[in-house]
Unconditional design. Structure first.
Length: 440
């Protein structure tokens, strides 16, 4: 890896010193995120016998691209670490990794083929996202065909995963990974309505072993997701948007699946001054189906799978981040959002969420009444400040107000105060995305 970095820097120097000798375009870029966090209930409720956590971590990413004729090569290498996790005298560690490495070739005026490790980042990242908030992010080993003409875009492709280059056998045992997957997505504009359609099919390996670990049977189970990820229209200062996904097929343990995820919201621009002051208010809801505690032969818990889930259901990430709420009773999330921009470089935002369970989380009691489903609420305060074209400052404070219902679903009693705060520097000299992990 160090040899690759040296070669990369050397190539960049050659371009600067001898530009007339180079007949292709070579671009080098980078970014860095430095985030300090105070976790007093982030991602999981903090139990009474646990102490809060604090740390500083970073992502440093070096990106290089090479274009000649109709071919583009791109590679992105990143270092992800918590400050202090390596000895000061350490010369090598395991924190360096390849985020993207792909080649793309034009096959005519409107067609392109993209092969290799790449981000799949579509729509609002609810189902397919690059997970930019998480320092390690997300990418896929994928083959993608793209047809794009004006506002019409058709993308389709697939991936086939294997652990190594074997001489025999095809078992795939890496956890929480698909064995193979196929994607078809189309987007266009119909009048004043932006829309997109998506179909995703994935196969997960299953293995049955005896008490000694010997394989008795194996196979692949397929689950499909059919969706309308984007349905949006803007009328003057009002924006209406919605999305819907339906899942069917089989889950990894062999149960039939019938689950859905749907959301709708209205966003109103209250004013927009000539000085750059803006105020936007948003109200909406999201429903994620789940399993009733009484049980069913059908799995009705929707799986969010490969989205950037930090953007949804509150920034404290109690639901559906890092498998926190998978195969659960589901979720109803009703939210309000207010964002005020003092000028194009500084804004503050407040989000309020009211959560409840979608399905019954307890059996009927002796009075034959359905127990309460209210899980609690969350208040999020976030700000962003563009210091200059290369550096931005972002931070937030977030508080969760839980109910007895939510506490009853935890393995132990939890502390009365559940909150999370962070402060982050974003160094992205050439990117338009000056902030991450916040919905407007």
């Amino acid at each position: 890896m160090m040899k690759w970095l040296v070669a990369l820097c050397g190539s960049a120097a050659m371009l600067l010193l001898f530009p007339n000798l180079v007949f292709a375009q070579f671009n080098i870029d980078g970014q860095m995120l430095i985030r300090s966090e105070f976790r007093n209930g982030y991602n999981r409720p903090l139990a009474e016998n646990q102490d809060p956590a604090g740390f500083i971590a970073h992502r440093a990413r070096l990106q290089a691209g090479y274009t000649k004729d109709q071919f583009t090569f791109f590679m992105s290498i990143q270092d992800i670490r918590t400050w202090g996790s390596s000895s000061q005298a350490n010369l090598s560690d395991d924190f360096l990794s390849v985020h993207e490495a792909y080649g793309e070739v034009a096959l005519g005026e409107h067609w392109k083929m993209k092969l290799g490790r790449q981000e799949l980042n579509y729509d609002n990242a609810r189902f397919l996202g690059n997970l930019d908030w998480a320092l390690q992010a997300r990418s896929h080993d994928f083959a993608l065909m793209r047809y794009e003409k004006e506002k019409a875009k058709l993308h389709f492709g697939g991936g086939f995963n294997q652990e190594n280059q074997r001489l025999s056998g095809n078992l795939y045992t890496l956890p929480n990974q698909y064995r193979n997957a196929q994607l078809v997505r189309f987007e266009n504009v119909l009048g004043k309505v932006d829309y997109s359609l998506l179909f995703w099919n994935e196969g997960r390996q299953w293995i049955q072993r005896d008490a000694n670990g010997n394989i008795l049977a194996d196979g692949i189970r397929y689950r499909q997701t059919l969706g309308i990820p984007t349905l949006r229209s803007t009328l003057k200062n009002t924006t209406l948007s919605a999305y819907f996904y339906y899942q069917f097929g089989e889950d990894p343990v062999g149960r039939s699946v019938s689950a859905f995820n749907t959301s709708a919201q209205i966003s109103q621009l209250l004013f927009n001054s000539e000085e750059g002051r803006k105020w936007r208010a948003t109200a909406g809801f999201e429903l994620i189906s789940g399993n009733d505690v009484n049980g069913s032969a059908t799995n009705r818990a929707y799986s969010l799978q490969y989205g950037t889930n930090h953007l949804f259901n509150g920034y404290m990430d109690w639901f559906y981040v890092a498998n926190a709420w998978e195969n659960s009773v589901g979720l109803k999330d009703f939210y309000l959002r207010s964002r005020y921009e003092f000028n194009p470089k500084f804004w503050v935002q407040t989000d309020f969420h009211q959560f409840s369970a979608y399905a019954n989380h307890q059996p009927f009691n002796s009075s034959n009444l359905v127990p309460g489903k209210n899980l609690g609420s969350e208040l999020d305060f976030t700000f962003g400040w563009i210091l200059n074209e290369s550096v931005s400052l972002q931070g937030g404070f977030h508080q969760f107000f839980f109910t007895e219902t939510l506490e009853s679903l935890q393995p132990s009693l939890i502390q009365n105060q559940q909150n999370w705060a962070y402060l982050m520097f974003v160094f992205r000299p050439t990117s338009k995305a000056k902030f991450i992990g916040v919905l407007q």
